[in-house]
Design a protein around this ligand. Structure first.
Ligand SMILES: NC(=O)c1ccc[n+]([C@@H]2O[C@H](COP(=O)([O-])OP(=O)(O)OC[C@H]3O[C@@H](n4cnc5c(N)ncnc54)[C@H](OP(=O)(O)O)[C@@H]3O)[C@@H](O)[C@H]2O)c1
Length: 290
């Protein structure tokens, strides 16, 4: 945890995280393995949320998937609609919702959403609120990151026992950005150091934390290597065979300096994923060829 200099052993993959959780002593995340929990996963249809839901189900827990379009528990975090019913009887809430499309959307889903989840969680009997956040968000002062900071503050000052899992950028996000930009045959890429990680490996950590006692601290998870975003773009281009011009973009000011200095990375995260971005791109390529 960022609040604790003692480091967890690196994670080599989701399976090993789960195995370690099974062996965990009583004061570590994973100590509640064995007890069947009812876990609400807000944003459980999203990139991370669906992996978290799957991981928790594989561990034998009852999982409720909450989102605006969920077939199971339709809720709107922005208004709180549907939350009282969805959270009734839940032990744990994992907040993996997101809405980065606009500043307003992010604020409504993440800040107002957290307010509504905490307000509905306390009377519903929720014992642990797990918030997913962004590694280094306070070090890169841009709109979305400020929203994440505010979301974290609400959680740490809120009425429920809490844990925060801070993750680096997902391979899925990086890949999606290159795919979208690549359709125009141009990849505008800032000079940023990143440490991307597979969403499945983050999900294994989030599930482990959700099964354990509240950390009242931040657990960090990042990928196996710190890489310049431009190197990631070249990797994506060569492994996908797409032809696109790499266009270096200079982000000005404090945010740009922080990105170039690696503010979104952590050389010693609590958990380190094992899949590199190249591994992930190849796994996607192989999956779509099948
Ligand atoms: N993406 C990354 O690289 C990355 C890196 C580090 C940390 N994180 C954090 O990880 C978390 C999950 O991110 P993600 O990329 O997995 O998200 P995502 O794929 O965009 O999924 C977002 C989820 O939130 C739900 N949602 C959005 N607005 C909602 C609302 N008003 N009410 C209820 N549900 C709502 C969506 O479902 P509906 O549309 O059906 O409502 C969906 O299930 C976020 O906290 C993010 O900050 C992400």
């Amino acid at each position: 945890m960022e609040s604790d200099p003692k480091r967890a052993e690196p994670v080599a993959g989701p399976r090993e995280a789960a195995d370690r959780a099974a062996d965990a002593p009583a004061d570590r995340p994973g100590a509640r393995r064995g007890a069947r929990l009812t876990v609400a996963v807000a944003g459980g249809t999203g990139t991370l949320g669906r992996e978290v839901a799957g991981e928790l189900r594989r561990h034998g827990h009852e999982v409720r998937v909450l989102s605006r379009r969920s077939a199971e528990y339709r809720v709107d975090l922005a208004t709180g609609e549907g939350l009282a019913d969805a959270l009734a009887g839940c032990d744990v809430v994992v907040d993996a919702a997101n809405n980065p499309s606009s500043a307003k959307g992010a604020r409504l889903t993440l800040v107002e959403g957290t307010r509504h989840l905490l307000a509905a969680g306390a009377p519903a009997g929720v014992r642990h609120h797990v918030c997913v956040s962004l590694l280094g968000c306070e070090r890169v002062p841009v709109g979305y990151n400020r929203v994440k900071e505010e979301q974290e503050r609400l959680v740490t000052e809120g009425p429920l026992p809490w844990s925060i899992v801070r993750a680096a950028q997902f391979h899925e996000l990086v890949g999606r950005m290159f795919t979208t930009a690549g359709r125009r045959r141009v990849l505008p890429v800032p000079g940023a150091l990143l440490q991307p990680v597979a969403a499945a490996e983050v999900a294994a950590v989030v599930a482990e934390v959700a099964e354990g006692p509240e950390a009242r601290g931040r657990v960090t998870v990042a990928g196996p290597e710190v890489v310049n975003a431009r190197a990631l773009a070249r990797t994506w281009r060569s492994l996908t065979g797409r032809r696109a011009l790499l266009l270096p973009v200079r982000v000005p000011g404090r945010a740009g300096r922080a990105l170039r200095a690696g503010a979104l990375t952590d050389e010693r995260p609590d958990y380190r994923g094992s899949a590199t971005f190249a591994d992930w791109v190849m796994s996607q390529r192989d999956a779509s060829a099948r």
